[in-house]
Design a protein around this ligand. Structure first.
Ligand code: NDP
Ligand code: 2IT
Length: 451
């Protein structure tokens, strides 16, 4: 039986820097599943790893659109249909200038195992574009989304591939994308999730990822015999969909959430952040967090230029629980050491792969609870699947129903991850538990479905 090191060697990386994040995600999974591969040779016999790390298809297309000055703009669009062993391809679209094939491969690969962990019938995919929505007018965003969908519509469908939001893609963008799909195909169907509520969206989808991450953390702390979040100081990074709803749920349960960040800097308000103001600044005005200190003069704003070397100001703030909710690799080894030194007890990944491998090792090595992204942020895609269900049956579920199902799903994932870790001799290691449980279900389906 090959060791994890031997398995990794099979997938020797080339010179392509873009693929670094994909290999980072893949290597973690290969190390985690080594005990499973050792205990059952069928996974090696059926070459599951070799098949799983290659997407079913990578769709890449040109997106040409006109800006407000009637100048022609050109971007690249992608959809990576990674694996549909468990259901239609499912995963978000990211609009950000850094988007490339490597980033989308990492996100799509993670999505396969995350979606598997939810127990719902959804496969894994991801897409997006290097389009930068920042500073664009609503009309420009609409024209870009329309042009993007002109190509994308050929490849998606409610039983084929169902995209949703991610960084830079929220209700506004999903609305424009949906409108164009409807126009081209003359059909009103659940081909995208994260739609605004009044035309087919699910209640709670905007809140789902952030709320779900907090539900997962509550379940994990209880399972690990640690004190609950009530009354505790929490730090959150990011100031978008995931971060703001994590803050909202933390405040609802009585935690004191003192921070958030955006691409320009970090905000620290020791009395607890003013969420209504944050929503106005980030969601309505789409402005910088620096605006906050104009009215809250005793809060502290640290611009990115003043961050510690190889680190981030937000993780220097003492806290009981940390919630990285912005982007990949935003929590480094130095950041992890700061958290540990300041007595942090728990780290929950709201973003996808926000911790570097070195940070994860340090956090786990010091006995902190660590909730990996593919388990902790699965609430978003779970409620996306609830939206697909509602669309298929022309139903509308209440807020309470979706919230209860979300909480149950997050508690179920936590239990499954913890039990799997125990079964494979790595009790308390939620990274290994999530990877083994997620992988096993997809792998068993792939074996049953043949090559
Ligand atoms: P949003 O676009 O709503 O918000 C992203 C936030 O992170 C913004 O505050 C943004 O700053 C900041 N940010 C983005 N990129 C960077 C960067 N390179 N450096 C520093 N800050 C950055 O995205 P979401 O909240 O939806 O997504 C956040 C994370 O959660 C991502 O990792 C995403 O993949 C993951 N995720 C999202 C889900 C969802 O349902 N939306 C589900 C599961 C995971 P600024 O405001 O300046 O742009
Ligand atoms: O990373 C993710 O899970 C998402 N961006 C949400 C995917 C979805 O289909 O709702």
């Amino acid at each position: 039986m090959p060791t994890a090191e031997q398995e990794i060697k099979k997938f020797e990386r080339g010179d392509c820097k873009q693929d670094d994040v994909f290999y980072q995600a893949m290597e973690e999974v290969i190390y985690s599943i080594a005990p499973l591969l050792k205990s059952d040779e069928k996974y090696t016999k059926h070459a599951i790893l070799e098949r799983l790390v290659v997407p079913d298809r990578v769709i890449k297309f040109k997106v040409v659109w006109l800006n407000d000055k009637n100048e022609i703009q050109v971007n690249t669009g992608y959809r990576i249909q990674f694996n549909n062993a468990l259901g239609p391809y499912k995963g978000g679209l990211r609009f950000h200038p850094t988007v490339n094939e490597g980033i989308l491969k990492f996100l799509g690969f993670e999505q396969i195992l995350k979606n598997s962990l939810t127990g719902l019938p959804i496969g894994g995919g991801k897409g997006g574009s290097d389009f930068n929505p920042k500073g664009k007018s609503d009309f420009e965003v609409m024209k870009f989304c329309t042009a993007f969908m002109t190509e994308l519509h050929k490849y998606i469908g409610p039983r084929v591939d169902v995209p949703a939001g991610d960084i830079g893609v929220g209700g506004r963008e999903i609305g424009y994308l949906f409108g164009e799909y409807k126009k081209i195909t003359s059909s009103f169907e659940g081909v995208l999730t994260g739609k605004p509520f009044f035309f087919g969206g699910s209640l709670m989808r905007p809140e789902a990822t952030g709320y779900g991450a907090v539900y997962f953390t509550e379940a994990m702390l209880e399972t690990e015999g640690k004190e609950p979040l009530e009354g505790k100081v929490c730090t959150v990074s990011g100031a978008g969909n995931v971060a703001l709803h994590a803050i909202e749920k933390l405040q609802q349960i009585g935690a004191i959430t003192v921070s958030c960040t955006d691409s320009r800097g970090t905000l620290y308000d020791s009395r607890g952040v003013d969420l209504a103001l944050l929503k106005e600044i980030k969601l309505e005005r789409r402005a910088s967090l620096e605006e906050y200190i104009k009215t809250h003069t005793d809060a502290k704003y640290t611009p990115v230029s003043e961050y510690p070397e190889d680190g981030h100001a937000v993780w220097e703030i003492p806290c009981y629980a940390a919630f990285p909710c912005a982007t990949q690799n935003e929590l480094t080894e130095i950041d992890a050491q700061n958290l540990i030194a300041n007595g942090c007890q728990s780290v929950t990944e709201g973003a996808n792969m926000p911790s570097t491998p070195e940070a994860t090792a340090a956090i786990q090595g010091h006995g902190l609870c660590f909730a990996p992204a593919k388990a902790a942020n699965a609430g978003g895609v779970a409620v996306s699947e609830f939206e697909m269900s509602q669309n298929a049956s022309m139903a509308k579920w209440s807020f309470e129903k979706v919230d209860n199902k979300l909480r149950d799903t997050m508690q179920m994932i936590c239990k499954r991850v913890a039990l799997t870790a125990k079964d494979y001799g790595v009790e308390g290691n939620y990274v290994d538990g999530a990877n083994i449980a997620g992988f096993k279900k997809v792998a068993d389906a792939m074996i049953a479905e043949g090559i």
